[in-house]
Design a protein around this ligand. Structure first.
Ligand code: C2E
Ligand code: CA
Ligand code: CA
Length: 689
């Protein structure tokens, strides 16, 4: 596309001559105007790329006046073409910012060069204008504050965000020293910070804002700010602008308000490290402090700290009985009393639920830790008033001292936990200190745990049988199956020693299934060999863990099918405490087992809750009086008598467990107890007929 040129010339011969020359040069001349008015009209119509304008024209308006109007309305370059170049005319013409003059008469080459230069200059100017506009749009719309200065650190520009952040308007800021507009101080020292603008001007390198910088606004208020990666440049922070010979001509500073980020970070921090209910540090925070303490001991072996693990004793009762709101208030109140009992340097944390941990740092000696535990006991012994209710609580505590020597915080926490459980086991409301004896016990339990997992797979378990005899006929009415572990190094281990561990590590259910199958198989074999009276039964123990197995009844039925044993030959022993743990589902389960024809015994009766009045709710056939009553039978005579009487009146059989002496036997017979089991008759044995 050739460039379009409008020729404005009053002398038609010259105009036509000009048109021919221009078209020879490759331009397109669609129109010629001889007056200023026509020139404006044609410009509007054809929108030419350039106008060749004679100064003297027909009519009132001369070329300069016409060019003025055109430059006001259109963005089209004008080149004057005139024979008269007097001073006054030229000065007037200059105001209209023409892109060239051609003096008549002219040479063709001169005409072409002037036109080309004019077109090029016009294009460059347009580009520059567009760039400036684009930059202004960007600077005004980005969310960062932008300030530019000259080489003397005087402000040359600030964008609207920078206006808001500094409190200075563009008009007031321009020309002002940057240190006044961009006043910055350190958040903690409150001393003024060397501005990155100065850094740049001094060193010629990119400057950055130091951390924790506050911008002091014109009105004295403060905003936390940071350097920001500016989206319009590759640079971060303050960038030197260099002129063509490489000296700095000014700076650009980009910064942003980080108030929101600060708030969000603070919120995140408190969520991550604080317990929302009590406002105490949480487990994560505690672990960090503990890690620091363990590290400190590694550097300074004399440094002594202690960890106190604390668990409220009756929390569940309060929470379930008085409601969660009261429970929550109790936790908050306990937290306050714990804080009262320690020094400022100690850390009290809530680990979750009703569990708290306290890190006692820099102790002069171990007794200090005990004193804190005693203070806590004292504090907690005072009743709490919550919602007008008087609530009592107590805590069991486990204490671990750093002097035992720990590499890992996990070990330390585990030991604190163990000590706390000891305290609970010993009767609550007390503290226990973890020591090396406890540790070796723990280690041997850990070892036993490991061994037990393998024992099951390696067939190291065996079933022993102990007879239950009728005191009236002296005949064996049943055998109780009791599991034994034939440990390769430690020899025979009785159930009392490893069943609790098996329960703990979740191995009890498969063990019990195995014992049940084994006992049923054995019983069936005895029956077939007629070694045993057809009315006698086999008694097998169930753990509380078994009772919550969803398919227990189905599994038992399957084992009976498999072994061919009649349900009526099987008797299952369930402890009183296992039933109490879950009375509703136990009632359903026992009814189902009963419906199958299986006999049910209440084991260890009297040992735990011993509330006689719920007995009728469960379809039990037999009660086993706990061994502890029989071993002290002289003292418990009245209790045993009451149990026997109650059992008889409910039509239940009564078995006395752990009968070891003939004196005990005689007394039981006097009380009309019908059945007994114990060493006096036979210890549990591996029976082979
Ligand atoms: P338990 O059901 O009360 O079993 C009676 C326990 O008393 C047995 O201990 C038995 O060896 C012991 N014993 C029997 N007669 C006497 C006596 O005259 N004097 C004394 N001092 N003790 C006597 P064992 O076998 O160590 O079992 C302990 C507990 O482990 C059992 O108490 C039972 O609750 C549980 N248990 C045993 N075998 C199994 C099993 O296969 N599964 C489950 N879940 N628990 C089992
Ligand atoms: Ca039993
Ligand atoms: Ca028992």
């Amino acid at each position: 596309m050739p460039e379009t040129i409008l020729v404005v010339e009053d002398e038609s011969i010259i105009a036509q001559d000009l048109q021919t020359i221009l078209e020879d040069l490759g331009y397109f001349v669609p129109a010629i105007a001889d007056s200023g008015e026509l020139a404006i009209q044609k410009t509007a119509e054809i929108n030419p790329d350039l106008i060749l304008m004679d100064i003297r024209l027909l009519g009132e308006m001369d070329g300069i006046a016409a060019a003025k109007q055109i430059s006001d309305r259109f963005d089209i370059p004008v080149v004057y073409i005139t024979a008269h170049a007097d001073e006054v005319t030229l000065r007037r013409a200059k105001i209209t910012e023409p892109l060239g003059y051609i003096i008549k008469p002219f040479e063709q080459r001169e005409l072409r060069t002037t036109i080309e230069i004019a077109l090029y200059k016009h294009q460059m100017e347009r580009q520059l204008r567009e760039n400036a506009q684009w930059l202004a749009t960007v600077l005004n719309s980005i969310s960062d504050g932008v300030i530019t200065t000259d080489c003397k650190a005087c402000i040359t520009f600030i964008n609207p965000i920078a206006e808001t952040l500094t409190g200075w308007s563009l008009n007031n800021a321009v020309g002002t020293d940057a240190r006044e507009v961009f006043k910055i101080i350190n958040e903690t020292t409150r001393k003024s910070v060397n501005s990155p603008i100065n850094q740049v001007l001094e060193t010629g390198k990119i400057g950055t804002l130091p951390e924790h910088t506050l911008l002091v606004r014109k009105d004295g208020t403060e905003v936390p700010i940071e350097d920001s990666a500016a989206p319009i440049t590759n640079y971060k922070g303050t960038t030197p602008i260099k002129d063509s010979i490489g000296s700095i001509t000014g700076t650009v500073l980009i910064f942003r308000d980080v108030t929101q980020q600060r708030l969000a970070a603070q919120k995140l921090h408190s969520q991550a490290f604080y317990d929302a209910l009590t406002n105490l540090p949480n487990r994560a925070w505690f672990m960090e402090r503990l890690t620091d303490a363990v590290e400190r001991v590694k550097r300074h072996p004399d440094y002594l700290f202690a960890v106190l693990f604390l668990d409220l004793d009756r929390f569940k009762v309060v929470n379930d009985g008085l409601g969660h709101t009261v429970g929550d208030r109790l936790l908050v109140a306990v937290a306050a009393r714990l804080l009262k009992s320690v020094r400022l340097i100690d850390t009290v944390a809530r680990l979750g639920g009703d569990e708290f941990a306290i890190l006692l740092e820099n102790l002069p000696n171990e007794h200090e830790a005990y004193k804190v535990a005693q203070r806590i006991q004292q504090e907690l012994s005072i009743s709490f008033n919550l919602n007008g209710q008087e609530v009592f609580t107590n805590a069991s505590m486990g204490i671990v001292l750093s002097s035992i020597g720990y590499e890992q915080i996990e070990e330390l926490l585990r030991d604190a936990d163990i000590a706390m459980y000891r305290a609970k086991a010993k009767g609550r409301g007390r503290y226990e200190v973890f020591d090396t004896v406890m540790r070796s016990q723990v280690l041997s339990v850990l070892q036993l745990e490991n061994d037990l997992r393998q024992a099951f797979e390696r067939d190291e378990l065996i079933v022993y049988y102990q007879p239950i005899v009728s005191l009236t006929t002296q005949e064996i009415v049943s055998f109780e199956a009791l599991v034994r572990w034939h440990h390769p190094q430690r020899g025979l281990i009785c159930a009392a020693e490893f069943i609790p561990i098996a329960e703990e590590i979740g191995l009890i259910v498969p063990i019990d299934r195995w014992v049940l199958r084994e006992a049923c198989r054995q019983m069936k074999a005895w029956q077939e060999e007629r070694q045993i009276s057809s009315s006698s039964t086999i008694s097998v123990n169930l753990s509380s863990r078994d009772l919550i197995q969803p398919n227990l009844v189905e599994q038992i039925r399957q084992i009976l099918d498999e072994t061919g044993l009649e349900a009526s030959s099987l008797n299952l022993e369930i402890t009183e405490s296992a039933i109490i743990e879950n009375p509703e589902s136990a009632a359903v389960l026992l009814a189902e087992l009963k419906a199958l024809g299986i006999g049910l015994s209440l084991d260890d009766f009297g040992k735990g809750y011993s509330s006689l009045n719920y007995l009728h709710r469960f379809p039990i056939d037999l009660i086993k009086i706990d061994r502890s009553f029989i071993s002290r039978i002289l003292e418990s005579l009245e209790i045993v008598r009451a149990i026997v009487t109650l059992g008889n009146s409910l039509g239940l059989k009564i078995v006395a467990e752990g009968v070891e002496t003939s004196e005990q036997l005689a007394l039981l017979q006097q009380l009309s107890c019908q059945y007994a089991q114990g060493y006096l008759f036979s210890p549990p044995r591996q029976i082979k007929f």
